[in-house]
Design a protein around this ligand. Structure first.
Ligand SMILES: [Fe+2]
Length: 506
């Protein structure tokens, strides 16, 4: 067991080796673990554990002096830390906002582990992580959750509070972890700063979000596979292009992206290979749950061409079917297709951000002459969408997992009139506020899109119960988030049988 005396001993050794380290930080004015702890990217032999020292989260440097500081960490097989299986010391570097990312390895597959940190004599809460089964394992079941879109201003993170109580192997986060906008009026709770653009701004925004106790509870309970969508950088950004008319030149936008990516890394339980290099970040990657499932986590922002036809919800122009338009680049596409076609797993999950179904977005009240598309989604990149769906034909084990919409949907993905995969679209944790069971556009969407099987506009998350022959997606919803204490219920379960890409209510 590490004690305060042990810390002082290691601290003194570190101090003599590097005089700029430590200094006045050995005694804290406030809890240095105010942003919580997290684990991420589980593998059969380990996972990442994360924290960031920030006794004063909204202050410059999170209330730290501009020096790096050693942090000790422990991983145990039991919650009481009687059986410590790994421990060490990491440096909370000032260059990385005093964040710590430890890639714990050498652990045993398919079991829970517990972790905690000590810094300056102060101990963090205990987090729970879990290793994945061995690659050679043949598991019968997997239970995980997917979530994202957590606009702080739209409501409380009650869904996260409930998610913390679920029994899950891991959580997939489809992005919009922060929103970049300035304060809204009115808002359930307000952003503390105007529209963010600098590294310092992004850090402060993450600090405001990560101080939320419900979000911290979900991270402490489960390892996360994190990705990002647009709002971690800027609304509807695409490759080197900002959202707005009058977007800055690419080389200027890349500076904003670089700051946003650095702050993202600093606040996520991400592996070292996700540390950005300039304005580039390696986001797409895969994980395998024995022979039961592979999850391919996509990056649908960094390499895409600009949205066609001026973006938004519009009637398709010629650019929509341009063979040059792409959501993911050739390398990412080849990697994805290779993984889908390996045939070494029962299920292929494509865990990504924006909707793959090309839905007609017309409402009853709109009399647009032709189909309206969401051009920020795969519907705006039709050549690549069709190419991917054609590669899914015959696999009959693909489940596409999606966020972005702030509404839950479930539906079928077709290749030449034949369903080849199903798509499960999660709602939001908080973005767009309380919502309602059936949104005003729900009846039109259901009537105009035969591939659509389910729609719901309450906030929440999805849990997936995966067995060898069936994949069930449970739409978990919270009755309200504008006040605290919202109640959770299971709104629906949609099931798909392996070998038969259709959806039915279970
Ligand atoms: Fe969002």
């Amino acid at each position: 067991m590490l004690t305060r005396r042990h810390f002082i001993a290691t601290g003194a050794a570190a101090l003599s080796a590097a005089p700029s380290i430590l200094r006045a930080q050995a005694q804290w004015r406030a809890n240095p673990f105010s942003l919580g702890i997290a684990s991420g990217d589980p593998a059969p032999d380990g996972f990442v554990i994360w924290t960031r020292l920030a006794p004063d989260p909204l202050d410059a440097h999170g209330g730290m002096t501009p020096d790096s500081m050693p942090v000790t960490w422990e991983v145990a097989a039991d919650e009481g830390f009687g059986a410590i299986v790994a421990k060490g010391e990491a440096l909370a570097r000032v260059e990385l906002a005093h964040s710590v990312h430890v890639e714990v390895a050498g652990l045993r597959p398919d079991r829970p582990y517990f972790y905690r940190f000590v810094a300056g004599g102060e101990r963090s809460v205990v987090g729970r992580a879990r290793t994945l089964p061995a690659l050679t394992a043949t598991p019968n079941r997997l239970r995980f959750a997917m979530c994202g879109c957590q606009d702080y201003q739209s409501g409380y993170y009650t869904a996260y509070r409930h998610m913390a109580d679920e029994e899950l192997e891991f959580v997939f986060h489809y992005g919009d972890y922060i929103y970049e906008y300035g304060p809204d009026t009115p808002a359930v709770r307000q952003h503390s700063s105007p529209l963010i653009s600098s590294l310092d701004d992004y850090r402060r925004r993450y600090a405001q979000y990560k101080a939320d106790p419900d979000l911290q509870a979900a991270h402490a309970a489960h390892p996360f596979f994190v990705t990002f969508d647009d709002h971690e950088v800027r609304n509807n950004w695409a490759g080197d292009v900002d959202d707005d008319d009058g977007a800055p030149p690419a080389e200027v936008f890349r500076l904003r992206r670089q700051s946003a990516f650095q702050a993202w890394y600093e606040h996520m339980p991400a592996r070292r290979r996700q540390l950005p290099s300039g304005s580039a970040l390696n986001l797409y990657r895969s994980a395998r749950y024995g022979d039961l499932a592979r999850l391919d986590f996509l990056d649908t922002r960094q390499f895409r061409t600009n949205q066609p036809c001026g973006d938004g919800y519009r009637v398709a122009c010629a650019e929509v079917t341009s063979p040059a338009a792409h959501m993911i680049n050739a390398e990412e596409e080849a990697w994805l297709v290779r993984n889908l076609r390996r045939r070494d797993v029962r299920w292929n999950a494509v865990a990504q951000q924006v909707m793959m179904m090309s839905l007609d977005r017309r409402w009853a009240s709109e009399n647009a002459p032709r189909k309206l598309l969401n051009l920020d989604s795969w519907a705006g990149y039709e050549a690549q969408r069709r190419r991917l769906l054609a590669r899914m034909r015959g696999l009959d084990n693909v489940v596409v997992l999606t966020g972005d919409e702030h509404t839950a949907y479930a539906g079928l993905l077709h290749d030449r009139e034949k369903p080849v995969a199903v798509e499960i679209v999660g709602t939001s944790i908080s973005s767009d506020g309380d919502g309602q069971d059936i949104p005003p556009w729900g009846p039109s969407f259901m009537a105009n899109n035969r591939e659509l099987k389910f729609i719901n506009n309450l906030r929440g998350y999805v849990t997936c119960d995966v067995t060898r022959d069936e994949w069930r997606s449970n739409f978990m919803v919270v009755d309200k988030i504008s006040t605290r204490g919202g109640k959770l219920s299971k709104r629906a379960t949609l099931a798909v049988a392996r070998g038969e890409p259709t959806l039915h209510q279970a």
